[in-house]
Ligand binder design. Sequence first.
Ligand code: DGL
Length: 273
Amino acid sequence: MLSKEAPIGVFDSGIGGLTVVREIMRQIPNEKIVYFGDTARVPYGSKSKETVTRFSRQIVHFLESHNVKTIVVACNTASAYALNELEKEIDIPIIGVVKPGAKAAFQTTKNGKIGVIATEATINSKIYSQYIKELSPDMTVIGKACPLFVPLVEEGLLQDPVTDEIARRYLTELIDLDIDTLILGCTHYPLIRSTVAKIMGEKVTLVNPAYETARELKEMLTAKGLLQMEAPGLGSNQYQFYVSDTTDKFIRFANSIIKYGILSAKQVNIEEY
Ligand code: DGL
């Protein structure tokens, strides 16, 4: 029997999933969170389906060892490649970021032309297109892999002429194809949202799957009677962060994304799970 008091498990290939954590903290502030960032094995976006699934399975086992009540796959690549498999293997609810993002884009578009920017793996999987076309086969979905965005964000070049130039090169073809909605299909991309918005212009609405995922998570927990209504007591260790590589860079980065004040993270050997 799952308990309301149990934490929510959230994972990503590294730091990008913190944009999802940030939304969960905002939308359902009473929840406890156990976050795992696979900083030793990032990036997932250039790896095979088999590898991403194996890594994701280990992380799910790790989160289950913390008795989480649900798992959020806060990584588009892992949602695209591993979620279907993982769903079959575990007893607790598990949600990814792709379906909520696809649904929001479908609800947003007026001209039926939706762009998706993401890692190579997510684009090659065609998962966004698949979900959107399930909602309506008339939609046109145009994917564009933007592999340099993740290292640019990880280097902290969020507002930088180099990022502007690279974004312009990636995005020009989407502008030419007259999309009116663009999915930020990688958890790092909300951090360069203003750059993308500037280049795409006012006529294009950006969809952030992190926001939509937190909304869907809240709905799901409410429907299952698992939403935590009371704030956890002082000293309850509400937010716990784990990574597979050293913690210093992660803590610095986490504090630049989340204003909560992350003082510590623990390194774990994820290969043991
Ligand atoms: N977090 C990943 C995603 O959302 C991007 C980083 C990576 O390639 O691992 O797809």
